[in-house]
Design a protein around this ligand. Structure first.
Ligand code: NDP
Length: 348
């Protein structure tokens, strides 16, 4: 029986031993192995296939006590079920944490007592030959972040100029393509290597890409956008953003999506902003932060649009895949350090 097979398997999960300080260290997390408990009525058991490593995990996990399972979402297959709505063989996506096996009780929004859940796990819709891992990226939370965070906050108009920082990552590469291929903007990406810049221009059709680790960003940006910048989609904050904000046009719009340049900073001292008020005032800029869950009720709209654009050839994606659940930590730190192009995921 399934249960006899399950009994032979040990579930693995990463526990937060110690809150991160500065760059995460391997000793901050601990890999533990456990037996899989029997299912109660209404529950089902899933086995992870793909897990996501995302920037938010770095600051967000600090909100929870040490000892929790490391947070994150995964695509998983139902391998045992005592709930007819969740049959064996179907796949779900859910915020189940860094674990190989999870008993899910759909009545409880969180699948376990110690893992934060943004939303209930849901059964994946059919996307034909496309990989289910896309529900962690272009058809998942990052895809919706790009869709809503750009269109709703920047309110782009055809012919305008957009700058994106963190441009070669999951969200940034996606925003640039919506702007270019759907809205008709001039798109400038800022990213951390020549290889990334080449990909943005040659494969994704960005008009310009600037390697922020080489040369002077302000000078390169003035060349790429001689008339100034209408919209800025900010993934990184810090010095890069100061440069962009001071090259904005009057009535420019800034969508503040993230600030990864500060995620490893010491959280005990109050972060300092650069003096951005002069450009905000004299250019009458509008700057708005957002969390993608604001548009939770419209989630399927974002997924459907992104899927449509993939099928129409307007939206390309790339995944940087790390193999092996044991390598979750390396994939996570690698992503924070810019090793990924497109979405960073782990294949179990
Ligand atoms: P990415 O795929 O973009 O991966 C992170 C990238 O950040 C790295 O590849 C690296 O690329 C870049 N980076 C790391 N450190 C720095 C630094 N000091 N300065 C500049 N760039 C740096 O991740 P996502 O696409 O998943 O996320 C992008 C941003 O969007 C993050 O800030 C994240 O927190 C935010 N986000 C916000 C959401 C919301 O609801 N507001 C939802 C989802 C994501 P490089 O080589 O270019 O340095």
């Amino acid at each position: 029986t399934v249960r006899e097979q399950v009994k032979m398997v040990k579930a693995k999960r990463f526990v937060v031993q110690k809150h991160f300080q500065g760059e995460p260290k391997t000793t901050d997390l601990k890999l533990v192995q456990e037996d899989i408990p029997p299912l109660h009525n209404g529950e089902y058991l899933v086995e992870a296939e793909y897990l996501s490593v995302d920037p938010y995990m770095r600051p967000y996990v600090q909100r929870y006590p040490e000892g929790i399972t490391m947070i994150g979402s995964q695509v998983a297959k139902i391998i045992e079920s005592r709930n007819p709505e969740y049959p064996v063989g179907k796949r779900i996506v859910g915020y189940l944490g860094w674990r190989t096996h999870t008993v899910v009780n759909p009545q409880i929004s969180s699948s376990s007592d110690d893992t934060f859940a943004f939303e209930k796990p849901y059964i994946l819709p059919d996307i034909g030959d496309l990989s289910p891992s896309l529900f962690l990226g272009v058809l998942g939370m990052p895809g919706n972040t790009a869709y809503f965070g750009f269109l709703e906050i920047c309110q782009p108009k055809q012919g305008e100029t957009l700058v994106i920082s963190g441009a070669a990552g999951a969200v940034g590469s996606h925003v640039g393509q919506i702007a270019k291929n759907v809205c008709g903007l001039t798109v400038i990406g800022i990213a951390g290597s020549d290889e990334k810049c080449k990909w943005l221009v040659d494969e994704l059709g960005f008009d310009h890409a600037i390697n922020y680790k080489k040369g002077d960003i302000a000078t390169s940006l003035r060349v790429a956008a001689p008339k100034g910048v209408d919209c800025y989609f900010d993934n990184v904050g810090g010095d890069i953003s100061s440069v962009v904000l001071y090259q904005m046009k009057p009535f420019g719009r800034v969508s503040v999506c993230g600030s990864i340049s500060s995620y490893n900073a010491d959280a005990s001292s109050l972060p300092k902003t650069a003096i951005i008020q002069p450009t905000m005032v004299f250019n009458q800029l509008k700057m708005e932060g957002f969390i993608v869950h604001r548009w939770m009720s419209r989630m399927s709209e974002g997924v459907e649009k992104n899927l449509q654009w993939i099928k129409e050839g307007k939206l390309r994606y790339r995944e940087t895949v790390t193999n092996g659940f044991e390598n979750m930590f390396d994939a996570f730190v690698g992503m924070l350090n810019g090793k990924n192009i497109g979405k960073a995921i782990v294949k179990v």
